[in-house]
Ligand binder design. Sequence first.
Ligand code: HEC
Ligand code: HEC
Length: 354
Amino acid sequence: MNRRVLGSAGALAAILFVSIAHQVNRPVLAAHGLPEPPALLADTGLYVDGSLTVVRPGNRSFVPQYPLWSDGLSKPRWIYLPPGTTIDGNDEHDWKFPVGTKLWKQFSLKDRKVETRLLWKASADGWVTGSYLWNEAGTEAVLAPAEGVPDVLEVAPGRRISIPSRTDCTACHGTKPPAPLGFNALQLSSDRDPNAIHGEKLGPDALTVVQLSTERLLAHARPDLAQNPPRIRTANADTRAALGYLAANCGVCHDGKGEIAALGPTLRHRDLVADGDAVARSLINQPTRWQLPGIPDGHTVLVKPGAPDGSALLVRMRSRAPSSQMPPLGSVVRDQHAVETLARWIASYPLKPR
Ligand code: HEC
Ligand code: HEC
């Protein structure tokens, strides 16, 4: 458990959190006999030999349409699929990756590279996770210890980010069978949400479901996937963007499974794509166990239409107090732009079709 991230005040969160991260089918590395990640980022295959700037041509960039908030750091991402292999897209919302797949995500503050994360499917049932810490000159990136590294960089006055522990990685990446979270049908849909909060530009080489289909990198997908890519189905465009944000930033844990299934929102890609408005309605006036100060016990709800300050979902998203912040880890500064956007959405819910 990572007290640095959760803080000792978040006792309930901490207890539940430990039990999430330690569920039996998590990629507990040593137990599954998986290899250690390479000691140097240079040896993971991200860059051409002898370079820490030129990405290998076989590593393809991708840009999830709904990014996770990471304290405003920029985050280019790449995937490597071994030659001749394909992703099994039979279940549209649960792609299976071939052994040997690697994904990287690099965190930078302006031009300063800070951390590069690795997910490597080293065997049929296991993903290796690793995090590489860059030196200030950007000339070396070394594997961080499994327990993480505290306080590596100040991102706002008095707020320093830490390299998460490998157990922390599985808190988010391990909620289903361990999996990538930004490389999936909805996140790579070519029907991208123009209103996505912090939506990033799609570079010319970035992979989308259309590109994956054209290059035959996706096997067993439905034949009309490229013509009819997944999108969050809502009558109103702001509701679509709000749900997309919540799916990426909250739904990785709040996915209706595991220990917190009965707590908080339930945000699954398959439900959002089938009927996003129904998912939005499910958040409205849903009682929470967590209680807002100043509201009689038993009366706190996730989303109270017209009342952002009376909505547990928004209050916890706005907080960076260890006992109440949501997500409980992964950022030290609140996402002000998202807080304002979601507050407007709650204030005007239900929204007219648009
Ligand atoms: C707070 C939840 C959270 C934690 C903790 C977390 N991740 Fe992620 N990660 C995500 C989400 C959500 C995405 C996809 C969205 C994005 O990239 O903005 C992602 C993306 C990634 C990617 C790009 C491939 C993909 O899944 O789309 C890599 C690689 C990665 N994470 C590795 C790690 C490693 C290694 C750790 C631990 C050191 C870690 N992550 C900790 C939530 C998390
Ligand atoms: C890393 C996993 C994780 C992520 C990501 C996450 N949560 Fe949570 N959430 C939890 C856990 C664990 C609990 C139960 C403990 C608690 O209430 O602190 C919880 C509880 C909650 C509750 C209280 C529910 C209740 O009925 O008491 C709310 C509200 C909530 N989360 C909102 C959010 C929102 C909004 C986001 C995204 C901005 C989010 N969470 C992201 C793990 C997560």
